[in-house]
Design a protein around this ligand. Structure first.
Ligand SMILES: Cc1ncc(COP(=O)(O)O)c(C=O)c1O
Length: 391
């Protein structure tokens, strides 16, 4: 049987972007397009490349160590031990091309094809495709809404662990709804992981943006460091998304496997970018303090003014909007988002955050400055005002 031109099943399983339809409608708009769909910031980065001595000729062109640039790795060991209270050793750190690459390496290192990874939803959309690209089966478990409805995490998780379950992915503070997992909930997840002998993938990309509650790393709980790989990102913390620097930390043996995955996918992260990341760790405290105040103000204002209901996010940089009042059919939020795109505002459709979120949309309140955020929300509200409500 001829093989060419059939593509891999894993590639075929990856979902196509939903944005094409929105871009078509956006093309009809003349004027300032307000991109609230993307998880980014209007702030200039904590540290810029021209502010650094990059040693361009010596350091930019040769290969660099696959684990990461030694001064950065040393600093990360320190940061993770003191700040996150994770007892990591030097070989338990891997510098990656963003947290995206860290998670891809971790999934490849920890799970076999056909095994299941539980995604506590709503979840960061790319984790689903990362699993599928390795032929790992993503299993969505609605989490935030049951918890807010009064269910205990133990109740929610009780029925979803099966023999083929190998890992639980959690994100705190969560993208897209900003939920910060409290100590009780983290304790329950830890207990389930230990009882069923599962890996935990902890995505803490938004650890620096918490407005209520306190960020805690699940790997700092008793018995969890040896079964958890935790990922972080300079994209979110220090407004350096384009540099593509993140890192994974975990137990040495697992991290040796994560390192092999990183080695066989990108070999090394560009050293100049790692220098900029280290610069942020060393000099970024004033940036973080300022960004937190601005982001919290943007959160409060966006939450108070947007017409669609949303949970007040305890952390992260998003509002997750419930558009069901404007949606008679399942998944019809796309129609609403097309109308909003025609008004020159982009929002991220809810379905990729979880199957049950077809009537939701995500708004990033840090993507543009306050004036443009106000303008964008004003346009969203005018569109919603013009649509019939289902209730
Ligand atoms: C929850 C979460 N994890 C991971 C990432 C990936 O970040 P990076 O830019 O470091 O790859 C993102 C980016 O949006 C995110 O929101």
């Amino acid at each position: 049987m001829s093989r060419h031109p059939r593509l891999s099943a894993a590639a075929e399983a990856l979902p196509a972007s939903l944005f094409a339809r929105l871009y078509e409608r956006l093309a009809r708009f003349q004027g300032d397009v307000i991109p609230l769909q993307i998880g980014d910031t209007y702030l200039p980065p904590a540290v810029r490349l021209p502010d650094l001595d990059l040693g361009i000729d010596r350091e930019l062109y040769p290969y660099a160590p696959p684990q990461g640039w030694a001064p950065l790795v040393d600093r990360l060991v320190d940061k993770v031990r003191t700040r996150n209270q994770i007892p990591v050793t030097h070989d338990g750190v891997q510098v990656t091309c963003g947290a995206t690459h860290a998670l891809a390496c971790a999934v490849g290192a920890l799970l076999d094809p056909g095994e299941e990874i539980i995604l506590l939803t709503p979840h960061w959309p790319l984790i689903r495709g990362i699993a599928q690209s390795r032929s790992v089966v993503p299993v969505e478990v609605p989490f935030t809404l049951p918890l807010l409805g009064g269910d205990d995490a133990a109740e929610v998780l009780r029925h979803v662990i099966r023999p083929q379950t190998a890992a639980i992915y959690l994100c705190t503070p969560n993208n897209p709804d900003g939920l910060v997992l409290d100590d009780h909930t983290l304790g329950v997840i830890a207990e389930v992981a230990q009882r069923h002998d599962l890996w935990v993938l902890a995505d803490e990309a938004y650890e620096d943006y918490v407005y209520q509650g306190q960020h805690r790393s699940i790997a700092s709980l008793p018995g969890m460091a040896e079964r958890t790989v935790t990922v972080y990102s300079f994209s979110k913390s220090y407004a350096q998304a384009g540099l593509r620097v993140g890192y994974a930390v975990g137990p040495s043996q697992a991290m040796a496997a994560v390192r092999k995955m990183a080695n066989h996918s990108v070999y090394n992260v560009p050293q100049a970018m790692q220098k900029a990341a280290l610069g942020s760790l060393e000099r970024g405290a004033p940036f973080l303090a300022d960004a937190r105040v601005r982001y919290q103000a943007a959160r409060d204002r966006a939450h108070a003014t947007v017409a669609a209901p949303a949970l007040l996010p305890q952390g992260s940089t998003y509002l997750f909007l419930d558009l069901s009042a404007w949606c008679p059919e399942p998944d019809c939020a796309m129609g609403v988002l097309e109308n909003i795109a025609e008004a020159g505002v982009l929002l991220a459709p809810g379905a990729p955050f979880g199957e049950v979120y077809g009537k939701w949309a995500r708004l990033c309140f840090t993507a543009v400055d306050q004036a443009r955020l106000d303008e964008g929300i004003g346009r969203i509200n005018r569109v919603l005002d013009g649509l019939p409500r289902t209730e």
